[in-house]
Design a protein around this ligand. Structure first.
Ligand SMILES: [Cu+2]
Length: 210
């Protein structure tokens, strides 16, 4: 009895440290906070804005164009930016907060080797730091090779040519159109990211337009 107790305790404690290491980002590194919102059958991203703090949200606040149920009264919510494409600055840690509107989904970033369940009624999270931009990935020898081969086949079939992009997919069979639940991810330089973000309107702005 004593020997398995020691062996298992060792494995579990070591595993817990490793798990925390993989799943969380160091708060001192000032991670970029982004919410990923899942619903049948699409992803929406909410950037935390200037204050890097997400406004409160609840399914009860869903009304009209406020499809994510963000709390209009919350001052942290005013500068949040809601978008349908995920742009990430290269080499900056990102902390994802995941919410689901309806059923279990799973946020799956195959190229980043990352996956986390998205559970209705709770917020799950994980973080990582993207280190290779979309452009660098497209120009890598492996990828040029692979895309060439894919496009040869596509050409024979009369299909449009393919270009590499990172994707966020759903990896839970969440319903009929599950296979098509995806969002494009673009990893780019800090400057390109800032320029793109500046063009997106804030939650406060889009609510006052309504
Ligand atoms: Cu799904």
């Amino acid at each position: 009895t004593i020997i398995p107790v020691i062996v298992l305790a060792g494995l579990i404690i070591y595993g817990l440290f490793t798990w925390n290491d993989i799943m969380s980002v160091n708060e001192d590194e000032d991670p970029l906070v982004i919410e990923l919102y899942a619903q049948q059958f699409s992803w929406t991203a909410r950037y935390a804005g200037e204050d890097n703090t997400l406004g409160k949200a609840n399914v009860r606040f869903i009304e009209g164009i406020n499809a994510l149920g963000v709390d209009k009264e919350d001052s942290y919510a005013q500068d949040d930016k809601i978008v349908r494409e995920l742009h990430l600055p290269v080499n900056r840690p990102v902390l994802f907060k995941l919410r689901s509107q309806d059923v279990l989904h799973s946020a799956y970033f195959p190229h980043f080797r990352a996956q986390m369940n998205v559970v209705p009624g709770m917020i799950t999270q994980f973080g990582f730091t993207p280190t290779v931009t979309t452009e660098e990935m497209r120009n890598s020898d492996d990828m040029v090779d692979k895309v060439e081969r894919i496009n040869d086949i596509r050409k024979d079939n009369g299909d449009d040519s393919y270009e590499f992009d990172y994707f966020l997919l759903c990896n839970k069979i969440c319903g009929q159109a599950h296979y098509n639940m995806q969002m494009k991810v673009i990893v780019e330089s800090e400057a390109d990211y800032e320029a793109w973000l500046a063009k997106q309107s804030t939650f406060g702005e889009s609510m006052s337009e309504e």
